[in-house]
Design a protein around this ligand. Structure first.
Ligand code: FAD
Ligand code: NDP
Ligand code: 3IO
Length: 375
């Protein structure tokens, strides 16, 4: 079957839904394709139970969907999901392409919005011997809680927000928890980030960085004897430059200081059975490894004509704030490393731009539909 539509949005997470909502308000017909069996599956199925939004709610609301009165400052995951489905119910039209049914559907669209996100696929590094590891291993996007691992030796690889929080959670569930920290990392609290986000509206990033690093030093002291050191460059400058967020401590640092969570350097190899060797030569047995080693964009897996807008790593060629518009009617939402705040920005700009193009009749009548990789 072939269907003509004005806008196809690939990805039904916050970015896809926010863009659809903005287009709907402008009466621009659009269709959202989602590979999973629900909308926002990352938030429903692939984030852990104890997660709260990291930025205050004023920085996380999606367009046309303010949080209801009484919502806590740091919104629990479950409330974020409910507010998404509330908006979806009745006002947004979301269609899912069912790849399990025999006939496939083809949509020919004037505009394509890539909204498959920066977290398209969980990334697990290649480690010598991992294939023969006799314990269990998984990416952090499969971790929900540590109920199964009471008394087990669990290694978390990675000290970003997922790694530090999952290590803390595992330890609370009674697992003998260790974490791999192979590089420098900024550790802050969410209150420090909230203050910083407001200050960034009128102060230079370097000044805000100095303040945050000062506050972090006051709170945590020098952590080098525990295997943690701070990067030379400030947390928000690094966020702008590399997209990497500072790690927001939820209690992991206290457990590291108390010796309840052990710190290891990079994994060197996995030896026989469950034995892991680290770069400093230490060796220890683990039952479970959680790879909190980040994510990769999956755009190149499904978009053939990616060069209109993406690099070989599946991330936009243009940097923020110009990243969202490509050539030939292609856009992307949710690729600015600015979380939900960036998604709001993208969704509004994309829908306004499409609206403008439609009203000014910029669109060539022989517009070539973009090719998706057929699998
Ligand atoms: C654990 C975690 C916690 C986070 N917490 C916060 C936070 O507190 N605050 C914040 O601002 N940001 C946070 N982020 C960052 C970001 O805001 C979220 O990842 C957000 O879900 C991104 O929305 P998205 O729509 O761009 O991507 P996603 O939510 O990943 O949605 C993309 C959708 O595309 C679908 N898809 C992928 N490939 C295809 C395909 N080929 N065809 C059809 N569908 C496809 C996926 O199934 C998915 O539903 C967090 C990220 C993670 C991983
Ligand atoms: N709201 C919330 O509560 C949460 C928000 N998030 C957000 O989700 C996004 C993804 O976060 P996250 O899943 O933590 O991923 P990140 O990409 O932020 O972190 C990945 C971590 O893995 C480390 N790493 C990568 N490869 C290796 C390796 N081979 N050996 C050892 N360590 C390795 C990296 O360290 P290195 O610096 O050495 O490369 C880094 O510490 C971020 O934007 C984050 O802020 C995540 C969890 C909770
Ligand atoms: O949760 C994340 O990682 C985000 O990307 C949200 C975000 C945007 N800007 C920030 C600055 C510091 C910490 C988190 C974020």
């Amino acid at each position: 079957m072939m269907e003509e539509v004005v806008v196809v949005i690939v990805g039904g997470g916050p970015a896809g839904l926010a863009t659809a909502a903005c287009l709907n308000r402008l009466f621009i017909p659009n269709i959202v394709l989602e590979r999973d069996d629900c909308h926002a599956p990352l938030w429903r199925k692939r984030t852990y139970d104890r997660l709260n939004l990291h930025l205050g709610k004023e920085f996380c609301a999606l367009p046309h969907m303010p949080f209801p009165d009484g919502t806590p400052t740091f919104v629990p995951r479950v409330c974020f999901m409910q507010s998404a489905s509330l908006e979806n119910d009745g006002r947004w039209r979301i269609l899912v392409k069912d790849t399990t049914c025999d006939g496939s559907e083809v949509y020919v669209a004037t505009f394509l919005v890539v909204a498959t996100g920066e977290n398209g696929e969980g990334f697990i590094p290649k480690i010598i011997g991992l294939d023969n590891f006799q314990g269990e291993y998984m990416h952090s996007n499969r971790y929900l809680n540590g109920r199964e691992w009471y008394g087990k030796n669990v290694l978390v690889v990675g000290c970003g927000n997922s790694g530090m929080e999952i290590a803390y959670d595992l330890s609370n569930w009674g697992a003998n928890t260790s974490i791999v920290i192979r590089n420098e990392v900024h550790v802050v609290t969410r209150e420090m980030v909230l203050v910083a986000m407001h200050l960034l509206k009128f102060l230079q990033v370097e000044l805000v960085d100095e303040l945050v690093v000062f506050l972090s030093r006051m709170k945590y002291g020098n952590l080098s004897k525990y295997g943690l050191s701070r990067p030379k460059e400030g947390p928000f400058s690094l966020k702008v430059k590399t997209g990497r967020s500072p790690t927001i401590d939820v209690g992991c640092i206290d457990k590291i200081k108390k010796g309840e969570i052990k710190v290891f350097p990079a994994v060197y190899s996995i030896k026989e059975d469950k034995m892991i060797q680290f770069e400093d030569g230490r060796e220890e047995c683990f039952d479970v490894i959680i790879f909190a080693t980040g994510y990769k964009s999956n755009v190149l897996n499904w978009l053939k004509d990616y060069k209109h807008m993406f690099n070989e790593d599946g991330m936009p060629k243009k940097s923020n704030p110009n990243h969202w518009k490509g050539e030939n009617g292609i856009y992307c939402a949710g690729f600015s490393s600015q979380g939900l705040m960036g998604i709001s920005y993208d969704a509004k700009h994309i829908s306004d731009d499409i609206s403008l193009a439609l009203s000014s009749k910029e669109i060539p009548s022989t517009f070539a539909p973009l090719n998706l990789v057929d699998d």
